[in-house]
Design a protein around this ligand. Structure first.
Ligand code: AMP
Length: 285
């Protein structure tokens, strides 16, 4: 696997592949790679001719400086995992390479970012959209791969690519979980064994809510009960638990059989902010 630290070198290299009509797949990450990231790499290897991964802990998307400082960084281990997976190239830039000057551009996504992550992490999606725009300009992939684990991010990036006419398709892949249901996350590395057990209640609450909805219970009641369930778990601080329309992530209205529903939650465990979600096709009523 080739490792690039400079955008110009990566651009030139990718140009050679493009001239040979090789399709390029791109998997942007913040590192501390796990099987969730590797599932995206594998999908890219299956669907495109040349796979580029990036590892960049993007300061512009952290609204909490402590979270940025504590974000796990393990480039050597990541490189070994990517090599083993068969990834072709890694873009591993320093912060100055991506932000030579403080950026002035800001993005806003209307109602889509006024809920959930956008509401609780002001400026977060502007930072995500900024770095993804830069990376798409550098890599110019045919397909960029993202995890459903960050569902609102997926919806934001679908909008970004549409509004700015990027010549890239956004492909969303399912959340990879541990056998017991815990969604894989780089942030899980910061949890103790006990904290990990506590965190399991997030996927449990999502699953319970999905079953209650499918059996015809009112979404509003299911939402309240799920939040009450999470609130009584010791050492778990839920931030939100929402049942929303799956595409717009807005409040559910007149839900019909077959509609796509997203159940999304965020909570703190041992000071670590965790998110998870489920997408389902409504079978109630
Ligand atoms: P991150 O390094 O956390 O910014 O994630 C990089 C990409 O991997 C994003 O598209 C995430 O949605 C995706 N991802 C993170 N965790 C998972 C997971 N458990 N399953 C699938 N994709 C994931």
């Amino acid at each position: 696997m080739l490792v690039f630290r400079k955008k110009e070198a990566l651009r030139q290299h990718l140009q050679e592949h493009r001239l040979q009509n090789t399709s390029i797949g791109f998997v942007p990450t913040m590192g501390a790679l796990h099987q969730g990231h590797l599932s995206l790499i594998r999908k890219s290897l299956a669907l495109t001719g040349y796979t580029v991964c990036s590892i960049f802990v993007n300061p512009a998307q952290f609204n909490n400086p402590e979270d940025l400082k504590k974000y796990p960084r393990m480039p050597e281990q990541d490189i070994a995992l990517l090599e083993k997976a068969g990834c072709h190239a890694l873009f591993l830039p320093e912060t100055e390479e991506i932000y030579p000057n403080p950026p002035l551009v800001q993005f806003s996504f209307g109602a889509l970012e006024q809920v959930m992550e956008g509401y609780y992490r002001p400026g977060h999606f502007s930072g995500v959209a900024l770095v993804v725009s830069k990376f798409l300009h550098i890599v110019e992939p045919q397909i960029a791969f993202f995890g459903q684990k960050d569902l609102q991010q997926c919806r934001i990036l679908e909008q970004l690519v549409k509004d700015l006419a990027f010549n890239t398709r956004i492909q969303i892949e399912p959340t990879v979980r541990e056998g017991d249901g815990l969604a894989l996350s780089s942030r899980n590395l910061r949890l103790s064994q006990q904290g990990r057990q506590t965190a399991l209640n997030l996927s449990k609450a999502l699953q319970q809510a999905a079953e209650a909805l499918q059996s015809g219970k009112e979404p509003e009641i299911v939402q309240k009960e799920a939040l009450a369930y999470l609130e009584q778990i010791p050492d778990l601080e839920p931030e939100y638990f929402y049942i929303t329309e799956g595409g717009t992530l807005q409040e559910l209205r007149n839900v019909q059989k077959g509609d796509q529903i997203a159940i999304c939650t965020a909570a703190y465990v041992e000071g670590v902010r965790l998110i998870d979600n489920l997408l389902l096709s409504y079978q109630g009523n």
